[in-house]
Design a protein around this ligand. Structure first.
Ligand SMILES: NC(=O)c1ccc[n+]([C@@H]2O[C@H](COP(=O)([O-])OP(=O)(O)OC[C@H]3O[C@@H](n4cnc5c(N)ncnc54)[C@H](OP(=O)(O)O)[C@@H]3O)[C@@H](O)[C@H]2O)c1
Length: 249
């Protein structure tokens, strides 16, 4: 089965392409690097020719409110139009758990707009909402850094390994479209400040992490329900400590 992975050179995309190939499918990694730009539409028709499935795991290069909204809206509109013309039967989008609960975040507003276009569009779809990737914790810490201090919310998060997200996406991509949203979360919940502290300590990073209930997560204040998945979520198997012991410097 030909499966086009939009954003196929990124963290999730490159792992997904590898996994789909190993599983005997024909993945095509599509991104600006390979001449396919979902925002301008360049190269899309050629890339999607003969494809049965498109998995959109692209991410915006710039995250200010207007730019990120424009990225996810323009790319989704272009993809859905070209998929319709190419007869693609399943559009899979990777989104974020809590997207509809944090309108103060420009990034999550843009992800919600992306989801809404997909749901209203003509192509059968599945939306996979994932929690924070373990691989993203460093960037979360950077976002709260001022000098040697990292201010982060102590709200609960339930992060997961990128490899586990990839397994679920591969599974969903070769299945029938659900025309619905599925959630995926990690096996354990942690206060966000504690998670970052453990990550930085394991990597020998001297920054000190301080809990602050008003610290914003990409624009939004959090509570324990903001970023944690619901009771029906699929639970990814990899535990944080196991991932950390494999990946820390
Ligand atoms: N980080 C998290 O914890 C988290 C949690 C849940 C969901 N997600 C979602 O997961 C998705 C993937 O994230 P990631 O961390 O794997 O992203 P990433 O590593 O930053 O990769 C982004 C990918 O998007 C591609 N891209 C950029 N502009 C493009 C364009 N105009 N047209 C087509 N492709 C374009 C990039 O291509 P080039 O390499 O050619 O630039 C790259 O392949 C995102 O949608 C994000 O919202 C993330």
């Amino acid at each position: 089965m030909k499966i086009v992975v939009i954003g196929g050179t990124g963290l999730i995309g490159s792992k997904l392409v590898e996994k789909l190939r190993k599983d005997g499918h024909e993945p095509l990694a599509a991104s600006p690097e390979s001449g396919v730009n979902a925002v301008t539409g360049e190269g899309l028709a050629e890339a999607l020719d003969g494809a049965q499935v498109v998995v959109d795991v692209a991410n915006a290069p710039v995250w200010d409110d207007a730019a990120v909204l424009e990225f996810f809206q323009a790319s989704s509109r272009n993809l859905l139009a070209v998929e319709t013309a190419a007869g693609v039967g399943h559009h899979v989008t990777l989104s974020v758990v809590g997207t509809d609960r944090l309108p103060e975040s420009g990034y999550l507003r843009a992800k919600l707009a992306q989801e809404e276009l997909v749901k209203a569009g003509p192509v059968p779809y599945t939306i996979v909402r994932a929690t924070q990737f373990f691989e993203f914790i460093g960037r979360i810490a950077d976002s709260g850094t001022d000098g040697d201090t990292v201010r982060l919310s102590p709200a609960l998060v339930q992060p997961e390994a990128a490899d586990d997200v990839v397994s679920t996406l591969a599974d969903v991509a070769v299945g029938a479209p659900l025309n619905d949203t599925v959630e995926l979360g990690g096996p354990e919940a942690f206060p966000l400040d504690e998670l970052a502290r453990r990550f930085l300590d394991a990597n020998g990073d001297p920054r000190q992490v301080t809990a602050d209930v008003h610290a914003r997560y990409f624009g939004a204040e959090l509570d324990d329900r903001s970023l944690t998945p619901g009771d029906d979520a699929r639970i990814a198997p990899t535990r944080f400590e196991d991932w950390l012991s494999q990946s820390a410097k």
